[in-house]
Design a protein around this ligand. Structure first.
Ligand SMILES: [Zn+2]
Length: 224
């Protein structure tokens, strides 16, 4: 049988109830709190503040949580949400599930995406169309008209930005092009993006000249 402490619910000042609601939200690193979460982690029964203030949404309002949510949402740019999604996606080696959007894997909860885009699926669709727009930019064709910069004798920069990294890995189905390993089947696998024709030998940072390698194969390559 589950051991449970008797929770004391009477004569608790409003302030104390609300402070405890905020504490649980902060501990979960959330800008909201569900009735069940509070029931599980709160110092008091969740029905106590609910009855005191009339409804659970009133409790959240009184605790100032929707205000915090607004502030948090306003601060995060779409670009930042997409970047986080890209990191989760490449670490998993596949499309993330809504149930996986937790720390440490994800810096933002699925709730943040849902509030911004409506649904989790819409968030993913927005992300994909954002990435797709970059596909031409980072191709042979895209850099065709660019001039070679005298500073580095290249048209592109050496570093691979996160949008291009995603395009390369997607092109390779999130698998090492050499050995075929993927984090989707083995969580220990870490994928990197590698210049096929080395940057030092004039290779450009474009989709056609980049490949996905696992960290083992990448090290093996540089030892050749
Ligand atoms: Zn490999």
């Amino acid at each position: 049988m589950k051991f449970e402490l008797v929770k004391f619910n009477r004569n608790i000042p409003d302030k104390e109830l609300l402070a405890d609601v905020r504490r649980v939200a902060a501990e979960l690193k959330q800008d909201f709190l569900t009735f069940n979460q509070y029931e599980e982690l709160g110092k008091f029964n969740a029905s106590t503040p609910k009855h005191r203030f009339g409804s659970w949404s009133k409790v959240l309002e009184k605790a100032g949580l929707p205000k915090i949510r607004k502030q948090l949402n306003a601060r995060i740019e779409n670009e930042e949400l997409f970047h986080n999604l890209e990191e989760v996606w490449t670490k998993l080696g596949r499309q993330p599930r809504i149930s996986e959007m937790f720390e440490p894997l994800s810096r933002y909860s699925s709730g943040v995406y849902k509030r911004r885009f409506g649904t989790w699926m819409k968030a993913l669709e927005n992300f994909v169309s954002y990435i797709n727009k970059e596909e031409k930019v980072f191709s042979e064709e895209g850099i065709g008209n660019l001039a070679v910069k005298s500073a580095n004798r290249h048209k592109t920069e050496r570093s691979v930005n996160w949008r291009l990294r995603f395009l390369v890995m997607r092109q390779d189905n999130f698998k090492c092009r050499n050995c075929g390993n993927s984090p989707a089947t083995d969580q220990k696998i870490v994928l990197n993006v590698d210049h096929i024709k080395a940057w030092a030998n004039g290779g450009e940072t474009i989709l056609e000249n980049l490949q996905t390698l696992c960290s083992k194969c990448n090290i093996g390559k540089s030892n050749l």
